[in-house]
Ligand binder design. Structure first.
Ligand code: SF4
Length: 393
């Protein structure tokens, strides 16, 4: 038996990939916690993410006998060259990685079939890869073209997670709206309806959806599925048409705003890249305006950094100082938008799923501060809004 630790850097998909490796090692009879094996599921979405991943690998190489580098960073050419001798870089498709790591570690017979990885929330991957080609993005290069899981496998996993006691399922992927099971006749809207009807499931969420994939069928599915949260995370990246065109995004600001119009009662969140090479002060001001016009609350701000192998790999014109200042301005606006959204909950009822001691999320994924047992759905009334979330009366 080997003892192992698994950690991840980056997004929900990286988290899920790391969980799958962890589940596979547990299923093979290895024990968690200890100094034999470390798996570091890396991220390469920005320079900073690569450098944090490298630091994590270097640390693990000092404390473990063997280290496996997996995830997006492992497929980025050169990102993990010249690492320590006990480091193995596993540059495989995500669906092959758990078996590749497990085969190298060596199986010890199956002792635990199904690892419960989080108590309340389960992430279920429905799709991987991306066939869009945004000019700044390294993801299609490291994760490959879009491919979907079969709908029956996804629905079976959702049922299994609920039977294990998970109350919330988050359907996860790199470009979720590309999900298709043509043979069985499923698109994302049908999958939402059927996954959301799983007996015992309290909440269903989508991890993220491109604006091009927000359509009437999906909006209707979200509205007509009682378990579906009134929340969508819709990457914006820029709120300026010229920058969007230079980024190779496939929409305009007007399209973004129009498509979100039917979701006026949803909590909308987004990613924005700040300091793209052609973003000047005027373009950034347009982004601030668009974030407001779209009623976005939480904005995840990513300072632009050129990624190897992309169309903008050689272009990084906006100074680090300017990126820092614009990021800070956008974060201030986002914090104010969150607070103002949370204030609308004061004096109103909501149903909160408690996912951590003292905390939980309401129907539209707004954070609440509540005192109730983990995994419970509790009806609460907003008493006040703070920087941390909404205080329950
Ligand atoms: S949609 Fe664009 S930004 Fe998102 S993963 Fe695909 S290429 Fe990257």
């Amino acid at each position: 038996m080997a003892s192992f630790d698994v950690r991840f850097l980056g997004c929900k998909v990286s988290h899920l990939d790391a969980q799958e490796i962890r589940a596979r090692l547990l299923a093979d009879g290895h024990a968690e916690g200890g100094g034999d094996i470390a798996v570091v599921n890396t991220c390469c979405v920005t320079n900073e993410a690569v450098s944090k991943s490298r630091q994590a690998v270097a640390r693990a190489a000092r404390t473990h006998r063997r280290v496996y580098v997996t995830g997006c960073g492992a497929s980025l050419p050169g990102a993990f060259a010249n690492t320590a001798e006990n480091v193995v870089v596993v540059s495989r498709r995500s669906e092959e990685t758990p078996a590749a790591v497990a085969a190298d570690v060596g199986a010890l017979g199956c002792t635990r079939d199904d690892a419960r990885l989080e108590r309340v929330r389960a992430f279920v991957k429905i799709q991987d890869g991306c066939s869009f080609s945004c000019n700044f993005c390294v993801i299609p290069l490291v994760r490959g073209a879009t491919r979907s899981r079969r709908a029956h496998a996804v629905l079976a996993e959702v049922r299994r997670r609920v039977e294990q006691g998970h109350r919330e399922v988050v359907l996860t992927g790199v470009n979720l709206g590309c999900f298709r099971d043509r043979d069985a006749g499923y698109d994302l809207a049908r999958l939402v309806r059927e996954a959301g009807a799983t007996p015992g499931l309290a909440r269903l969420r989508l991890s993220s959806i491109e604006i091009n994939h927000v359509n009437d069928a999906l909006v209707a599915a979200l509205r007509e599925t009682p378990a579906a949260a009134r929340h969508l995370h819709v990457p914006l990246q820029s709120g300026d048409d010229r920058v969007l065109r230079d980024m190779g995004r496939r929409y305009t600001v007007a399209t973004y705003l129009n498509k979100l119009e039917p979701l006026e009662d949803f909590n909308l969140t987004a990613d924005v890249i700040v300091g793209f090479p052609t973003e000047d002060e005027r373009a950034f001001a347009n982004t601030l305006r668009t974030v407001e016009a779209a009623r976005l609350t939480k904005v995840h701000v990513f300072p632009y950094s050129p990624r190897p192998g992309t169309r903008t790999a050689q272009d990084d014109r906006v100074s680090a100082q300017e990126k820092k200042e614009r990021s800070a301005r956008l974060r201030v606006q986002s914090r104010a938008a969150c607070l103002s959204h949370w204030r609308t909950k004061v004096g109103r009822d909501d149903v909160v799923l408690v996912d951590r001691p003292g905390r939980g999320y309401g129907d539209d994924y707004s954070p609440w501060l509540v005192d109730a047992p983990l995994g419970e759905l509790v009806r609460v009334r907003g008493a006040a809004a703070s920087e941390e979330g909404i205080l329950a009366a």
